[in-house]
Unconditional design. Structure first.
Length: 341
C-alpha cells in the first residue's frame, strides 16, 4: 500500500511544510530534533515519488478572479476519458469523479463570470460525452484545502515552528496580476521550494530582483504557498462532498461554525439553491454519514441537500494519477502573466 511508503518522521516533515511551506531545513531540524540533511533527503524522496509537493498560486479573493464549481454529467462509459482531458485544461483547478447525479465535480477559475461562461460554452463544448453542466460561483471561502493539516506534530513542535516563523495576517491585495508576478508564480507552481537563486535563473533576472518580487507578493498576501500530499498516505484516503442550504440571514455564521470542524477540508459558500459546499477527507465510505451528522450537530440551521463520495481525483491544482500521486510531468494550472488564481 502507498501508506507503507512513509513513516512518522515523513508525516511530521510534511506537517511542518503544510504550516510553513518554505521553512528551511535547519529550522525544521531544530523543530523535529533531526539532522537537517536527513530531513532534506527525506523530502527529496517524497517529492520524487510524487507523494508530497509544494506549489504556489495567487489566492482568492481577487479583483480579477472568480471561482466556480461545475457539476458535469457524462454519457455512458466516457467519464474517465472526459475527466482526463478536462484535467489538462489550465483553467481547471480540480476534477473529481463522484457518485450521485453528477459524474464529475470540477472547479474552474476565470477573470469574471463572463470568462467562466465562455469556458463552459466553448472549451467544454469540444469534449465529446458531456451531457449537461451546472455552474455555481463561489461567493465565500471560509476554509480551503490549503489549511488542512495532518496533525502529526506535537503541540510543542507546532509552537516551535510558529515561533520560528511568526504568522503575519496580511489582507490580500486585489490589484490586477502583473506579468512579472505571473512569471514568478508560474515557476513556483511547479516547485514552491525553489531557491531564489534558481528562481532568478529561470525567470532571467538577478537574484536580488527575484527575491524582491517574491517578498512583495508575500508582503501583499498575494502568493499562497501550499504543501500537498498524496491522499493515500494521509490516513484519510477518501473524499466526501456535501451540498447544504442555510437561510441567508445566518449563512455567514453557519459557514464559520462549519469551517472549524476537524473533519472539514474546505467550506465554501456558493450561489444557487445549495449555498454551502463542504469537502472532507475520510477514512472510508462509512464516514460520509458521520461527516453529515457532524455538520447537522454543529449547525442545525443548515439543511443537507445532497451528498457524494469521490471515486477518484484527477486533479488537485496539479494532475493526480490513479494511485493518488502527482503526475509526471505535471500540468501547471497557470500561464505567464495570466494566472487562474
Amino acid at each position: 500500500m502507498t501508506q507503507n511508503l512513509v513513516d512518522e518522521l515523513d508525516l511530521r516533515i510534511i506537517n511542518c511544510l503544510q504550516i510553513r511551506p518554505r521553512a528551511t531545513w535547519s529550522v525544521l531540524g531544530r523543530v523535529l530534533d533531526v539532522d537537517p540533511v536527513t530531513i532534506a533527503r527525506r523530502w527529496e524522496r517524497l517529492e520524487e515519488a510524487g507523494l508530497a509537493w509544494v506549489t504556489c498560486y495567487f489566492g482568492l479573493p481577487s479583483a480579477d478572479r472568480v471561482m466556480a464549481y461545475l457539476e458535469i454529467e457524462i454519457a455512458g462509459a466516457q467519464v474517465t476519458d472526459v475527466a482526463a482531458r478536462l484535467a489538462q485544461h489550465r483553467e481547471i483547478v480540480s476534477v473529481h469523479h463522484t457518485t450521485g447525479a453528477r459524474s464529475l465535480v470540477a472547479s474552474v477559475v476565470g477573470r469574471d463570470p463572463a470568462e467562466v461562461s465562455h469556458y463552459v460554452s466553448e472549451s467544454l463544448a469540444t469534449l465529446d460525452g458531456i451531457v449537461a453542466i451546472r455552474a455555481e460561483i463561489v461567493t465565500g471561502k471560509y476554509s480551503d484545502a490549503g489549511e488542512w493539516r495532518l496533525r502529526a506534530l506535537s503541540p510543542s513542535q507546532q509552537d516551535a515552528l510558529q515561533a520560528a516563523y511568526p504568522r503575519r495576517d496580511t489582507p490580500a491585495s486585489t490589484a490586477p496580476v502583473q506579468p512579472d508576478e505571473g512569471r514568478v508564480v508560474r515557476e513556483l507552481a511547479a516547485n514552491g521550494r525553489l531557491s531564489t537563486s534558481e528562481l532568478a535563473r529561470r525567470i532571467g533576472v538577478s537574484e536580488a530582483t527575484a527575491r524582491r518580487r517574491l517578498n512583495r507578493l508575500l508582503a501583499e498576501g498575494r502568493a499562497t504557498f501550499r504543501c500537498e500530499i498524496s491522499q493515500q498516505i494521509s490516513g484519510w484516503p477518501q473524499t466526501g462532498i456535501l451540498w447544504a442550504r442555510a437561510p441567508v440571514g445566518v449563512l455567514d455564521g453557519v459557514a464559520r461554525k462549519l469551517a472549524v470542524l476537524p473533519v472539514i477540508r474546505a467550506c465554501l459558500t456558493t450561489t444557487g439553491r445549495s449555498n454551502l459546499m463542504l469537502f472532507a477527507w475520510l477514512r472510508d465510505v462509512r464516514e460520509l454519514h458521520q461527516f453529515e451528522r457532524a455538520v447537522a450537530q454543529a449547525a442545525p440551521e443548515a439543511e443537507v441537500i445532497d451528498r457524494a463520495f469521490c471515486l477518484r481525483s484527477f486533479k488537485r491544482i496539479l494532475l493526480i494519477d490513479d494511485s493518488g500521486r502527482i503526475a509526471d510531468p505535471p500540468v501547471l494550472p497557470v500561464d505567464d502573466g495570466s494566472m487562474p488564481f
